[in-house]
Write a protein that binds this ligand. Structure first.
Ligand code: AMP
Length: 242
């Protein structure tokens, strides 16, 4: 349930490799605080499904497990963050994913949000998971196309093989980029292009590492505690990010 009494929180940025649980955890955080979860992967998949120009450009890149070029991402992310539902805070899942995107985001937040004293510093949490565990999470991941519920065939299977427990018999689907041959390029993209994002925030003293190789509820509890502690506006007012 949305927490109606929650105060405004700073933007929350969840970093971590594909399969770390960013999607699952950010949905929980979003519900807890009543703020939107902004997943750039989901936004891009919507563009692909709608056949927009961005979607046409991004589709093959995503199917290969590579990152969409930064300049294609900025307009989409800026449009989404300017939406009124972000005024109480928001959680970014899958963005920034390059050092360039991290610099762009800082400048954007400074320009669009801190100017109006709407926000406090982003809370940047990196979810760390062991490599073998990541592979199991990615190869086993299945999603209900009707209700969006996520399962894992290894750890959290549906009651009936490949069928959603909730959505009246919907057959679960595997994301295109969770196929075996695409998983490795995605993990490589993370190592080469996204690890520098953690370095970027580390250098600014803003990176919080979290062991995410634990039961889901434990990880959620830790994330909420961290956000409560680090994400609320300072008593004297909002603070700028740097
Ligand atoms: P995700 O659902 O976050 O794993 O993203 C799925 C795919 O969308 C990625 O493998 C990339 O091809 C693309 N993508 C998502 N977010 C970004 C981003 N911030 N920068 C570049 N490409 C992205």
């Amino acid at each position: 349930m949305a927490n109606e009494t929650a105060q405004k929180i700073g933007p929350v940025i969840l970093l971590g490799p594909p399969g770390a649980g960013k999607g699952t955890q950010s949905k929980r955080i979003a519900i807890h605080y009543g703020i939107p979860q902004i997943s750039t992967g989901d936004l891009l998949r919507e563009h692909v499904a709608r056949g927009t120009e961005l979607g046409r450009k991004a589709k093959d890149i995503m199917d290969r497990g590579e990152l969409v070029p930064d300049d294609l991402m900025y307009g989409m992310v800026a449009d989404r963050l300017k939406h009124v539902d972000c005024s109480k805070g928001f959680i970014l899942d899958g963005f920034p994913r390059t050092a360039g995107q991290a610099g762009w985001l800082d400048a954007f937040l400074e320009r669009e949000f801190f100017e109006n004293s709407k926000r406090c510093s982003p809370v940047v949490i990196r979810m760390d998971v062991d490599y073998t565990q990541l592979l199991l999470r990615l190869t086993g991941r299945r999603c209900c196309p009707t209700c969006g519920r996520i399962y894992n065939l290894h750890f959290q299977p549906p009651r009936v093989d490949e069928i959603c427990d909730l959505a009246h018999g919907s057959k679960l689907v595997q994301r295109n980029d969770d196929r075996d041959e695409v998983i490795r390029p995605r993990l490589t993209a993370y190592e080469v292009q996204t690890k520098p994002v953690a370095d970027y925030y580390q250098a600014k003293g803003r990176l919080i590492p979290l062991n995410a190789d634990r039961p889901m509820d434990e990880v959620t509890a830790d994330l909420l505690a961290l956000i409560d502690r680090c994400g609320a506006p300072a008593a004297s007012g909002m603070t700028k990010s740097e």
